[in-house]
Ligand binder design. Structure first.
Ligand code: GLN
Length: 189
């Protein structure tokens, strides 16, 4: 199994470290050609979604990436990655990849609470969660399964081959969410 990690911007190294601990190899996707390499799944990391979206367009990667995910490539988006995947970003005209049937609110926790650490349930398992200027999922469409609710807000969900978290599981040493994703990858191939 090999996982590609989008590495145009943001917290991609940390995902590589998580996968290493799980004995899974990965490579960084920095340009369009990297998207043509064989991979069993892809991670879209946290960072700044506007910058990432712009880089994906400038590097000519957005359409190919969108096509691969739409065709069923297992995909895990954290934080900015969640925003990239969503069909609608509150207050913005256009989405980026626009593949997942969710509406997101960016920077949703106000200034004082913009970054925080907590423990809460993901798929019925209690795990550490680090939120950094995080979005939350405001609305979901049919076919979206909610995997985590923190303080009444949806912060993790899955729709078919797409898994998203508003928090950063790669910044703690708990491997639950990455393990969940790798199970998605295994069962899709
Ligand atoms: N606030 C960022 C955005 O809107 C996301 C933050 C993150 O990925 N940690 O893109």
């Amino acid at each position: 199994m090999v996982i590609g990690i989008l590495a145009v911007q943001g917290a991609f190294i940390e995902h590589r470290h998580m996968l290493e601990q799980l004995g899974v190899s990965s490579f960084e996707i920095r340009q369009k050609n990297d998207l043509l390499k064989p991979m069993d799944g892809i991670i879209l990391p946290g960072g700044e979604s506007t910058t990432m979206g712009k880089l994906l367009r400038d590097l000519g990667m957005l359409d190919l990436l969108k096509e691969k995910i739409a065709q069923g490539l297992p995909t895990f988006g954290t934080c900015a990655g969640l925003i990239l995947l969503s069909q609608k970003i509150e207050g913005e005209k256009n989405p980026h990849l626009g593949l997942m049937d969710i509406v997101v609110e960016r920077n949703a926790y106000g200034r004082q609470l913009s970054s925080f650490y907590t423990h809460d349930l993901f798929n019925k398992m209690k795990i550490p969660m680090t939120f950094i200027r995080a979005p939350y999922i405001k609305e979901i469409g049919q076919g979206v399964e909610v995997l985590s609710i923190v303080s009444g807000r949806m912060v993790a969900a899955r729709q078919k081959n797409m898994l998203v978290t508003a928090f950063h599981p790669e910044l703690n040493d708990d491997l639950t969410v990455h393990t969940y994703f790798l199970e998605m990858v295994s069962s899709s191939s």
